[in-house]
Design a protein around this ligand. Structure first.
Ligand code: HEM
Length: 434
């Protein structure tokens, strides 16, 4: 969705002022602006009609402003109960409900700025995967097991109950979406809405059914092990991920904060976090910690700001010779980072998952955004070719409103045409006379 992805950096107030009445971090269609056009809409509509009568004019309607603004309902955390069984009959998740759930997640993000914790939620559900175990769900991974208390209580998951509480109302609203899908949908949507790349996601993950199917504690990485690079390889290789993917995925720390009261890492607050948004405090890796970009790599490389966090495992990315190649590249080139991140994130989101249907459910919402599209010089076009389906529908609707059809243009009314020409000439003459 092109409009959603064209983000400018979050405004300064976002990082410095207490919770908002904010403009959206990202980009759903902007509300209609009271524009100067509305003042002259009536006379304009008369002139818009006259050329329609004077010619076939099938392209003129392209200029007419038609907008639709979908109504959306914000979701707030209200529920503490996490239902143990979620999968509906048939597909693991209902495609239409996935689509609607994504819209609700976008609203939730706009009102609570919970992008980082939703990304961490998806990662911690998927990151328990062990490629050496074949059986599902013993192999761990993206199977919704993180909703159970026994797993939420693992030390690595400190704080994630808050994320679950935030999205439980969406789960309640869309019972046809599994937890496993919802966690990954929320994470990918959060990345995209924060200005990150479009993640090529698929859905249909089956949920585990009980807490006895949760993985044992200790499968997620430590932030401060004795030999960080070795530890990262031990953990991520077990998931079937490689050095490039380790570095790219670590770039998710461009979002969010570490809180000493949760993980034990980070400062209580910094100049970047003392005012929120969201609950103030913690230490972020980047200054604009709600914006997904490559500043994580730039900031670690420069290490000029004491207020920005560098975990031992983050530092390892610039110390280990193999990791360093990627970390340097990502610091220099955000497009490369976005491309590699999108691929690695999609792979992470599928780890260990059992898909029903096995061919998975894609949610289509427009072209993928990784690296920006190549510049292509504009070609001359009559405007009749290459119209999008939406534009064609708009044109058809406008024709139908005046009882015409783009396939069969309106009958020309020569008498009326002549009258309009005469009227216009008369007005011009009287204006010139004055
Ligand atoms: C490479 C090994 C990793 C380690 C050692 C690590 C460690 C940590 C730690 C200690 C925190 C702070 C948690 C808190 O105090 O609330 C954190 C937060 C976070 N992690 Fe990681 N992480 C790793 C990889 C990843 C990956 C692969 C992702 C996503 C793809 C990720 C996404 C996040 C996000 C978004 C936050 C911020 C959460 C928030 O602000 O609430 N991390 N991580």
């Amino acid at each position: 969705m092109a409009e959603r992805l064209s983000l400018s950096p979050p405004p300064q107030w976002l990082l410095s002022v207490a919770p908002p009445p904010p403009p959206p971090l990202a980009s759903s269609p902007p509300p209609p602006k009271p524009d100067s056009l509305s003042l002259i809409r009536l006379p304009l509509s008369l002139f818009a009609l006259s050329p329609l009568l004077l010619s076939n004019a099938s392209d003129l309607l392209l200029f007419s402003p038609i907008s639709s603004f979908a109504s959306r309902s914000p979701v707030r955390a209200t529920s503490d109960s996490f239902s143990p069984v979620a999968s509906p009959k048939g597909y693991a998740s209902a495609p239409d409900q996935l689509q609607s759930a994504r819209e609700d997640i976008k609203e939730l993000l706009k009102t609570t700025f919970c992008h980082p914790i939703l990304v961490r939620l998806g990662w911690h559900d998927a990151g328990t995967y062990n490629k050496d175990i074949e059986e599902w769900p013993q192999r761990g991974g993206a199977n919704g097991s993180l909703r159970f208390e026994v797993e939420l209580k693992h030390a690595a998951n400190a704080g994630l109950l808050n994320a679950l509480k935030l999205i439980q109302p969406i789960k309640d609203k869309y019972s046809g979406v599994t937890y496993a899908d919802l966690f990954q949908l929320a994470s990918a949507t959060a990345i995209e809405e924060a200005g990150g790349p479009k993640i090529p996601m698929k859905y249909g993950r089956v949920d585990v059914s009980g807490p006895d199917q949760c993985p044992e504690e200790g499968r997620l990485p430590d932030a401060g092990p004795p030999t960080p690079a070795t530890h990262l390889r031990d953990v991520f290789y077990r998931m079937g991920l490689n050095d490039k993917e380790i570095v790219a995925l670590s770039g998710a720390h461009t979002l969010g904060r570490s809180r000493p009261e949760r993980s034990g890492w980070g400062k209580r607050e910094t100049k970047y976090t003392k005012d929120g948004p969201g609950a103030p405090g913690g230490q972020s890796w980047t200054a604009q910690w709600l914006k997904f970009d490559n500043s994580y790599f730039k900031d670690i490389k420069e290490r000029r700001d004491e207020d920005l966090l560098v975990l031992p495992t983050d530092a390892a990315l610039f110390e280990d010779p193999s990791f360093k190649v990627y970390a340097e590249k990502y610091a220099e080139d955000q497009d490369v980072f976005f491309k590699d991140y999108a691929e690695a994130h999609a792979k992470l989101s599928n780890l260990g998952a059992k898909f029903d249907p096995p061919e998975c459910i894609p949610i289509d919402d427009g072209p993928a955004k990784g690296a920006p599209e190549k510049f292509v010089a504009a070609k001359y076009s009559s405007g009749k070719k290459d119209l999008s389906e939406t534009m064609k529908q708009k044109i058809r609707a406008e024709y139908e409103a005046v009882e015409g059809s783009p396939d069969k243009p309106l009958q020309s009314n020569y008498f009326l045409n002549i009258m309009i020409v005469i009227a216009v000439l008369a007005i011009l003459t009287s204006l010139l006379g004055n």
